[in-house]
Design a protein around this ligand. Sequence first.
Ligand SMILES: [Fe+2]
Ligand SMILES: [Fe+2]
Length: 164
Amino acid sequence: MFLYRVKQFLWYLNGKITEKDLKYIESKLNNNEIILFRKLAINEQKHCINVAMDLEKICCSKKINSYELIKVALLHDIGKIDVRLSIIDKSILVILDYLSKGRIRKFNSINKINVYYNHGEKGANILKKYGYNERFLYLIRNHHNSNIKEDEELNLIKYCDNKN
Ligand SMILES: [Fe+2]
Ligand SMILES: [Fe+2]
């Protein structure tokens, strides 16, 4: 699993935001959301666009209303805007998480470790100020919470997140 993760990060090393990506973002987000979104590192923007596109396809095939969910997908990692994790940082954190069985989580006074584990909560806190509803914030906050299993929308987001 963790080797797959490392490989995933390497895919994003050369990530660029294309015209098509920009059009996609502009069609799904309002101006304030675009400003926020563009604060993410390029590789994170690319990741979020891929998550949103996958999610949209699944919603289409299952006839699920995707308007809010696509916004959630695009903004799900917004908790990473203040502390940037490079591809190398992430690869190291994935390995340390694996080797320590998640015990490095307690070193959350280190910014990068904190953001790696807690960016869902951070993201929800950032978005709270913009007046999103509780459900929207809940999905952002819990997108890495493995204790919640029975939430179909959350599971969809987790699935598309893990794929990308
Ligand atoms: Fe995340
Ligand atoms: Fe993500």
